[in-house]
Design a protein around this ligand. Structure first.
Ligand code: 3PG
Length: 391
C-alpha cells in the first residue's frame, strides 16, 4: 500500500483516522498505548508542515453525544506527548469545525470530536463521509485497530480523497502479514480464549500455514470433549465438538502438530477463592470445572515456543482475570518474552498478560488491534485497508 511518505503533504490538510479508543476511568486514560503508537505519523506530518486533522471513535455511543465518550482527555494527553497544544473541537463536521480548520497553520494539530456521536459513522453513510472528506485534501488511515470496520471515517471517506497508510498501519500490516505469508519456520500459533466459535476462522486459516498449533483457554475444553474426555462442569460448546474433531483430523492430515492440554487446573466454582487442583485431562472430576491449563501443559507449550522461529499468540490460556487461574497465560507470556523467535501478540487479554508481567518490550510486535488482528489472521481483507491506494 502507498504510505504517507509517498505523497506530498506540505501545507495540505491531512485527515488522519487514528484509533484513540483507549480505556478510561472517568477522565483518566488508564492505558495510552494507542495514542503513543500514533505519534510517529502525527509527528512526521507536523515536521513536513501539514495541517493535521485527527479523527477517532471512543467507545460505542451509538450515534448520540455521550459526555463520557468525549475525546477531551485524549486531546489533553496528546498535547502532553507532542509538547504542543492540540486544537480540540466539539464535533466532527459543521461550521465550528470548518472555521477551526480554516484558522490552522502548517504544523498544527486538530482533534475532531468522537465520530460515533453521529449515527452515520457506523452506517458508512455517504453524505457524512463526504462531509468529512471536505475538511481535508488527503486521507491517511493509521487506525489499524478499527480497520475491520467499514465505517465512514475508516473506509467511506476514501472514495473522495487520495488514501494512504500511516506508519502504524504500515507496521501492523508488515508484521502480521510477514508472519502469515512468509513466516520463518518453525511457525507456531497459540490460540486461546473462551469459545471455539470465536476462533474457528483463525484456526482454519492458520492450519494451512503453521507447523504447530497450540490450543488453550476455555475453547480447549471442546477439543478435550472431542478427544473423548469428560469435562465435568467446564464451559463446552456441545454443537462445536464435531467441528473440533474435524479440526484435529485436518491438523493430522496436514502434518500440523496440534498441542492440546494434557493437564489442567480444575476448580469447584467459577470463583477466585474456589477450591482448586491440578489433574490430568483423563481425570477431570464430574462436579469441577477447568479454569486454566496445568503446569505440565504450560511447560510443553513453552518448549514449543522455545523451538519456534515465528510465534503468533491470540487469547488467554485460562481465566486470566482471576490471579489463581492466570498462571498458564503468564507462562505463555514469559515463554514468548524469553524466545529468540519473532513474536507477535494480538488481542486484549494476551497483551494485558505481557504488560502484567512486565515483558512487553521483549515482544517483537504487540498489535494495537483486537478484532482487527483477529480478522487479519483469519485471512480477511480489512475494509479500512482495502480502500488504500496501492504502490
Ligand atoms: C477496538 O477497540 O478493538 C477498536 O477500537 C474497535 O472498536 P469497536 O469494536 O467498538 O468497533
Amino acid at each position: 500500500k502507498k504510505s504517507v511518505k509517498d505523497i506530498e503533504v506540505k501545507g495540505k490538510r491531512v485527515f488522519v483516522r487514528v484509533d484513540f479508543n483507549v480505556p478510561l476511568d472517568g477522565e483518566v486514560i488508564t492505558d495510552d498505548t494507542r495514542i503513543r503508537k500514533a505519534l510517529p505519523t502525527i509527528q512526521y506530518l507536523m515536521e513536513q508542515g501539514a495541517r493535521v486533522i485527527l479523527a477517532s471513535h471512543l467507545g460505542r455511543p451509538k450515534g448520540e453525544v455521550v459526555e463520557k465518550y468525549r475525546l477531551t482527555p485524549v486531546a489533553r494527553r496528546l498535547s502532553e506527548l507532542l509538547g504542543k497544544e492540540v486544537i480540540k473541537v466539539n464535533d466532527s463536521v459543521g461550521e465550528e469545525v470548518k472555521q477551526a480548520i480554516a484558522a490552522m497553520q502548517n504544523g498544527d494539530v486538530l482533534l475532531l470530536e468522537n465520530v460515533r456521536f453521529h449515527a452515520e459513522e457506523t452506517k458508512n453513510d455517504e453524505k457524512y463521509a463526504r462531509q468529512l472528506a471536505e475538511l481535508a485534501d488527503v486521507f491517511v488511515n493509521d487506525a489499524f485497530g478499527a480497520a475491520h470496520r467499514a465505517h465512514a471515517s475508516t473506509a467511506g471517506i476514501a472514495k473522495y480523497l487520495p488514501a494512504v497508510a500511516g506508519f502504524l498501519m504500515e507496521k501492523e500490516l508488515t508484521m502480521l502479514g510477514q508472519a502469515v505469508t512468509t513466516p520463518r519456520r518453525p511457525f507456531v500459533a497459540i490460540i486461546g480464549g473462551a469459545k471455539v466459535s470465536d476462533k474457528i476462522g483463525v484456526i482454519e486459516n492458520l492450519l494451512s500455514k503453521v507447523d504447530t498449533l497450540i490450543i488453550g483457554g476455555g475453547m480447549a475444553n471442546t477439543f478435550l470433549r472431542a478427544q473423548g474426555y469428560q469435562t465435568g462442569k467446564s464451559l463446552v460448546e456441545p454443537d462445536k465438538v464435531d467441528l473440533a474433531r474435524e479440526l484435529i483430523e485436518r491438523a493430522a492430515t496436514r502434518q500440523v502438530e496440534l498441542l492440546l492440554p494434557t493437564d489442567v487446573v480444575v476448580a469447584r466454582a467459577f470463583e477466585p477463592t474456589a477450591e482448586n487442583r491440578v489433574v490430568t485431562v483423563t481425570k477431570i472430576p464430574e462436579d469441577w470445572m477447568v479454569l486454566d491449563i496445568g503446569p505440565a501443559t504450560a511447560a510443553k507449550y513453552a518448549e514449543a515456543v522455545q523451538k519456534a522461529a515465528t510465534v503468533v499468540w491470540n487469547g488467554p490460556m485460562g481465566v486470566f482475570e482471576m490471579d489463581v487461574f492466570a498462571k498458564g497465560t503468564e507462562a505463555v507470556a514469559k515463554a514468548l518474552a524469553d524466545s529468540p523467535a519473532i513474536t507477535i501478540i494480538g488481542g486484549g487479554d494476551s497483551v494485558a498478560a505481557v504488560n502484567k508481567i512486565g515483558v512487553a518490550d521483549k515482544i517483537s510486535h504487540i498489535s494495537t488491534g483486537g478484532g482487527a488482528s483477529l480478522e487479519f489472521l483469519e485471512g480477511k481483507e480489512l475494509p479500512g485497508v482495502a480502500v488504500l491506494q496501492s504502490k
